[in-house]
Design a protein around this ligand. Sequence first.
Ligand SMILES: NC(=O)c1ccc[n+]([C@@H]2O[C@H](COP(=O)([O-])OP(=O)(O)OC[C@H]3O[C@@H](n4cnc5c(N)ncnc54)[C@H](O)[C@@H]3O)[C@@H](O)[C@H]2O)c1
Length: 258
Amino acid sequence: MRETDRAVIVTGAAQGLGLACAERFLAEGDRVFMVDVKEEALLAAAKRLGARAVAHVADLSTLGAEGAAGIVAACVDAFGRVDVLINNAGIIVQADFLDFPEDGFDQTIAVNLKAPFLMGQAAGRQMKAQGEGGAIINMSSVNAELAIPNTVAYACSKGGMKQLTAVMAIGLIPHGIRVNAIGPGTIMTDMVRQSVMQSDAARRTILSRTPAGRCGEPSEIASVAAFLAGPDASYMVGQTIYPDGGRMVLNYTVPVPD
Ligand SMILES: NC(=O)c1ccc[n+]([C@@H]2O[C@H](COP(=O)([O-])OP(=O)(O)OC[C@H]3O[C@@H](n4cnc5c(N)ncnc54)[C@H](O)[C@@H]3O)[C@@H](O)[C@H]2O)c1
């Protein structure tokens, strides 16, 4: 596949990890098609990033196959092609298991799992037609493997994404399209500030499960995305990489300084 001036679709690009990925791919010399439902933040981010960043407002929770095809077609209109898709947009709903709302489950699966499936199909068809391969990166989570009792839908969506990544990878590698996933630990974004990091007790709990002694930065996830999309990852197919400060390999906890 191309190594420079790639056309990169990033979903959930208005802020957080998606915005960090957009910035990183622009710095690599690519063009970025930024998709998000938060219109104001998205337009402001794309404007700040300059002419090689194009904003596209879309709600992935009600996407449908036609909607996914429309996003890919809009990227082709803007850039002439699609070389990389980063399925990054995601939501988290928190409630105790017995109280977890049905609509929260449906909404989470729609954004976190069904939209990446539909976007993977639509982008995969475009990449196949182009005949030059491509890369698809799914933003998973350590919660693809680990469980938190008050985020059942999120954990299910990311567990599903592990298999979505595997199946997509095997289905698309005959066309030279490599599919892999990134499973971050706790990275300092709005999602984390507004969910798991709301108190000092929460901070201590998280750091007790983080041998690196700190949360990650969005740029530390974007760098893994850049690797997975690039030629250094030419033999990576169907894997989930966990940039998590050591959480997945930790049994029990580590001490947390005050
Ligand atoms: N931050 C972390 O610690 C962490 C850890 C593991 C995995 N992740 C995953 O990384 C991804 C990005 O997380 P983040 O921390 O940057 O979150 P964030 O909440 O800061 O950003 C998510 C973005 O997705 C967009 N989005 C949400 N629903 C959408 C919809 N229906 N249509 C279009 N866009 C929508 C939001 O508007 C937002 O801009 C998510 O998939 C998340 O599950 C994050």
